[in-house]
Write a protein that binds this ligand. Structure first.
Ligand SMILES: [Zn+2]
Length: 267
């Protein structure tokens, strides 16, 4: 009897656990990549197809999270985010980034390192595939404000909130709760958001990676400062106040990703 109960419990447990864990940020990453896909040059598309085959960049975008289940990739854990002190100006922020050279151990170093690697002609096919999938993922992370965190808050994971009555935290609200609330598929969302002028794309694509991260950092600080109560109840009002900001971040992320991929493969 005991055996039977524990076995069925285990099946239920295994059924629910991976679904919950894997839902994190899937939509956000796919939306950013799907937007980027619209802005790739024909040459970039052809080069990417040689690496990914029939897998779209949207479907490849979550691999960076899936491999967290494989201990062989533990060294990549810190590549998904970067933390700073509060209240830095852009110049101070860039100063911190400049000093942070040598080791690839945060989001900024990761994007720079992978970009350099992908430009090498000598890279093996296997490495190319791995780095391309990681780059698509990390450019997405750079645009989710809570991935550019404030020291001591664990990227907002430590800030507990209620999201429509369910236990959540600030990081999770921005990774997935807000996006999922809109009830759109990633392709529907990308179609809705993919409207930019050539001038806007040119401006955004001229921005250095430090600027992408600084914009996320400024947003992250505002989002932290806004939470003044313990375990606040977030719902329709929070959605109303923030969804446009989140959508703008995904759109910028897509345009930035396309610019970077065109720089690497389009020449
Ligand atoms: Zn990530």
């Amino acid at each position: 009897m005991y055996k039977r109960v524990s076995k069925s419990f285990l099946i239920i447990f295994l059924f629910f656990l991976p679904v919950k864990a894997m839902c994190w940020g899937q939509l956000g990453h796919r939306i950013v990549a799907e937007i980027a896909d619209s802005y790739l040059t024909a040459k970039t598309k052809a080069e990417i197809k040689k690496i990914l085959g029939n897998e779209s960049i949207a479907m490849a975008s979550n691999w960076g999270d899936f491999i967290k289940s494989d201990t062989a990739f533990n060294y990549l854990e810190t590549w998904h985010y970067i933390d700073f002190e509060k209240n830095l100006t852009y110049n101070q922020f860039k100063e911190v980034l400049r000093k942070d050279t040598g080791r690839v151990d945060d989001l900024y170093a990761a994007i720079n390192f992978i970009t350099k690697e992908l430009k090498k002609k000598s890279l093996t096919q296997e490495k190319k595939r791995m780095y391309l999938k990681l780059l698509i993922h990390f450019v997405g992370d750079a645009h989710q404000p809570l991935h550019v965190g404030i020291h001591g808050t664990n990227g907002g994971n430590d800030i507990k909130v209620q999201w429509f009555g369910q236990a959540s935290n600030l990081h999770r609200v921005w990774d997935s709760d807000l996006i999922e609330k809109q009830q759109l598929s990633y392709t529907e969302y990308a179609v809705y958001l993919t409207h930019t002028t050539a001038a806007q794309r040119k401006n955004w694509q001229a921005e250095p990676i430090s600027k992408w991260l600084y914009d996320s950092y400024v947003l992250a600080q505002d989002l932290h400062n806004e939470i003044t109560e313990v375990n606040p109840k977030l719902g329709y009002r929070y959605n109303y106040d923030h969804i446009k900001t989140l959508e703008q971040q995904m759109l910028k992320g897509g345009v930035h990703l396309a610019g970077l991929l065109n720089e690497i493969f389009g020449k």
